[in-house]
Design a protein around this ligand. Structure first.
Ligand code: PXP
Length: 250
């Protein structure tokens, strides 16, 4: 099995909201996240990721239900750890849910979920999702304590936050890769599926090939940026071709 590509299409909805946030039902509202889902599928995406935020700044509830109904790809529902989002997930029935921290001030998800500081609340959300047949991932920093907490509360997967890696320059890059290697080894040893995401792009993805045991990359921004030039289907296809060089089994 090769490294899988989860395509995050939130940014398509972000673009639509820039113009149509106040008139979401306008017949002119574009670009359409459902069409983007079909384009990602045509490019070889292995799954779609969407994040309905508490403030609904990009994906709307109606987008999520339509994507689920109309795009035949596994769906990863990114969500804050709130009763509101658990209730939506139980109705939406995605294949996977990825629990993320959320605050109104951030531009995008910043930092991983602090599972250690919220064990009971996270455990309860994980259990409610799993009872509905949804596999659960926790978006965490590459920190051994957080990985152990993810194991203890019974998540099936972790998504290692690669934002620090993506922002690193010079010697810091190698330090971040080393941190990710240790985290991936610990996650794998704990029996967790290990995914990675945030800030991964065409230029830095191959640096992560030194990290073992990775099952899936979740990527959004760079694909949409590239899509402006070549279209989303081609952008996804190019990324799939790049990820085919990941040495699975290391
Ligand atoms: N994974 C998670 C948990 C995220 O919140 C995001 C950002 O929406 C991504 C992956 C994708 O990050 P990017 O848009 O930088 O590729």
């Amino acid at each position: 099995m090769s490294l899988l590509l989860g395509v995050n299409i939130d940014h398509i909805a972000t673009l639509r909201q820039v113009r149509y946030a106040r008139t979401p039902d306008s017949h002119n509202a574009e670009p359409c996240p459902i069409t983007a889902g079909h384009d990602a599928l045509a490019g070889g995406a292995d799954s779609l990721t969407i994040h309905v935020r508490g403030d609904r700044r990009h994906m709307q509830d109606a987008d999520a239900y339509r994507i689920r109904a109309e795009v035949p790809l596994p769906l990863n529902f990114e969500m804050g750890v709130t009763d509101e989002m658990v209730a939506i997930a139980l109705k939406l029935k995605p294949d996977f849910a990825c629990l993320v921290p959320e605050s109104r001030e951030e531009i995008t998800t910043e930092g991983g979920l602090n599972v250690l500081a919220s064990m009971e609340k996270t455990r309860s959300a994980v259990a409610r999702l799993q009872d509905a047949g949804i596999r659960v991932s926790l978006f965490i920093d590459p920190d051994l304590g957080q990985i152990e907490a993810a194991r203890i509360i019974g998540a099936e997967m972790i998504e290692l936050h690669t934002g620090e890696f993506a922002n690193a320059v010079g010697e810091q890059v190698e330090a971040e890769v080393t941190r990710l290697i240790a985290a991936a080894q610990a996650g794998h040893a704990a029996g967790l599926q290990v995914n990675a995401g945030h800030g991964i792009n065409y230029a830095n993805a191959s640096l992560l090939f030194a990290v073992p045991h990775l099952a899936e990359f979740n990527i959004g921004h760079t694909l949409v940026a590239r899509a402006v030039r070549v279209g989303l289907t081609a952008a996804v296809r190019e990324m799939k071709e790049l990820l085919a060089h990941y040495p699975v089994g290391v």
